[in-house]
Design a protein around this ligand. Structure first.
Ligand code: PLP
Length: 446
């Protein structure tokens, strides 16, 4: 290491500061500091990241699932620059501005029918947090004060703030906080599409039984529609969403769709809910919402939910963040919607999704691969290993892929890709080639 000369070159300078002061998310810091050879990214363009030496890495997970339009999209950069020159920030509390108001109109126009109001926040976790608090207060405002229990799926992931974390089904993420979480009951995740009716029926019946039993205490059922990202890119049949919607209607329980990952075309349509023709009462969006350019998010609500907050002042939603409705984020989010409309993003992703599915199906026969799956612009391989988030098999592939020029952060023993929807064909082929070679190399070495 050149730590003795930290000002000698930028990489060494960054590494020294990082080593001494940074605390990274989802990172066991002992191992990180012991190894301490971090990738230091200096620039990004399209589907590629560049380190400070100019080496390129294909961004296999779209920078933690946010960069749906790739990096440095010229229209998003221009929208950000133009807005920055006029107004960077002002409160959205009881006043308004052009990007915030027009974005809300444009979002409602593309949202599943019935969603009529937009409440802004900062990221996926806060969008979910807003949905949970809206659902709780929706019942509170109607005098149904016992309704504070949520239902979520096993292996769910809804973010890391305490409310969102309460819904999480991944045990290792929630264990330290177990005593401090909201009331949430988990039900079995529906099986993969194409599973036998019996397995599907068992999963749905577990949910239906719980909803029937607890209906007077239930506030909302919260799901990642169609595709559970953090669970390892696991999808389930749209039928489940349709029947869930009918169940919630029958028992008067709210349905929250967490489209933080699935929205903006990740599963093929603009929203995963569209596959089932279902509208939730509340919908959370973040990640692709600003194309990954800025942290901003939104929670969309039906008129029925919104109307329950009208009337006496104490019925209002006393919730907001310093940066709620941030004009920079809103201007970029408007441009993201314009790019989706004008550049046929969804249509052009379709053949790429088919190519992903085909390539991963072929890789299923590689030694050490237990199972494979694909849904929209995601595909995953489960490697033989201990299983779960703390599995190490995926990390061996990660190291092999870095050496070959791709960033492929795994979920334990699951290796997956969730690239920008706009990744070009040459980059996609190169990424698929690196996945295959890296799996072969990691399994051969391991
Ligand atoms: C990533 C994610 C979140 C949390 O979003 P952050 O922006 O990381 O707070 C919530 N729900 C789902 C489904 C996600 O994938």
């Amino acid at each position: 290491m050149t730590d003795d000369f930290p000002f000698g070159d930028l990489r060494a300078r960054v590494c020294a500061a990082d080593r001494a002061f940074s605390w990274h998310p989802y990172t066991p810091m002992r191992a990180y500091l012991d190894e301490h050879r971090p990738l230091v990214i200096g620039a990004a363009r399209g589907a590629r990241l560049y380190d400070l030496d100019g080496r390129s890495y294909l961004d296999g997970n779209g920078s933690w699932w946010v960069a749906v339009l790739g990096h440095g999209h010229p229209r998003l950069v221009a929208a950000l620059q133009q807005q920055a020159a006029r107004l960077c920030h002002v409160s959205f509390a009881g006043i308004t501005h052009e990007p915030g108001a027009l974005l809300a109109e444009e979002l409602v126009a593309v949202a599943p029918p019935g969603l009529a109001r937009v409440f802004y926040s900062d990221d996926g976790s806060t969008a979910v947090e807003v949905a949970l608090k809206l659902a709780l207060q929706f019942w509170h405002n109607q005098g149904a004060t016992r309704r504070h229990r949520f239902v979520a799926l096993d292996d769910a992931f809804h973010g890391d703030t305490l409310g969102a974390c309460s819904l999480g089904g991944i045990e290792v993420f929630r264990r330290p906080f177990a005593g401090a979480l909201c009331d949430c009951v988990h039900v079995p995740t529906p099986p993969q599409p194409g599973a036998e009716d019996e397995a599907y029926g068992r999963a749905f019946e577990a949910l239906a039984t719980l909803v029937r039993r607890d209906r007077d205490e239930l506030c909302a059922v919260v799901v990642e529609p169609l595709l559970q990202g953090a669970a390892g890119m696991r999808s389930y049949a749209p039928r489940y969403l349709r029947e869930l919607r009918a169940l919630c209607d029958r028992h008067e329980v709210l349905l929250v769709a967490d489209e933080v990952f699935t929205g903006y075309g990740r599963t093929g349509a603009m929203w995963a809910c569209e596959a089932a023709g279902v509208s939730p009462d509340l919908l959370c969006t973040a990640k692709g919402f600003t194309g990954g350019v800025l942290p901003m998010a939104a929670t969309l609500a039906s008129s029925a939910v919104f109307d329950a907050f009208l009337g006496a002042p104490e019925r209002a939603f006393f919730h907001g963040h310093s940066f709620t409705g941030n004009p920079l984020g809103a201007a970029v989010a408007r441009e993201v919607l314009a790019v989706f409309r004008e550049e046929a993003v969804l249509e052009r992703a379709r053949p790429k999704a088919a190519r992903l599915a085909e390539a991963f199906a072929r890789m299923a026969s590689l030694p050490g691969v237990r199972s494979h799956r694909a849904c929209g612009m995601t595909a995953a391989l489960d490697l033989a290993g201990v299983g779960g988030y703390l599995g190490r098999a995926g990390w061996r592939v990660y190291a092999e892929a870095l050496a070959r020029g791709a960033y492929l952060r795994p979920l334990g023993d699951t290796v997956y890709v969730a690239p920008p929807l706009v990744i070009d064909d040459a980059d996609l082929e190169e990424l698929l080639g690196i996945v295959e070679e890296s799996v072969r190399a990691a399994v051969a070495a391991g």
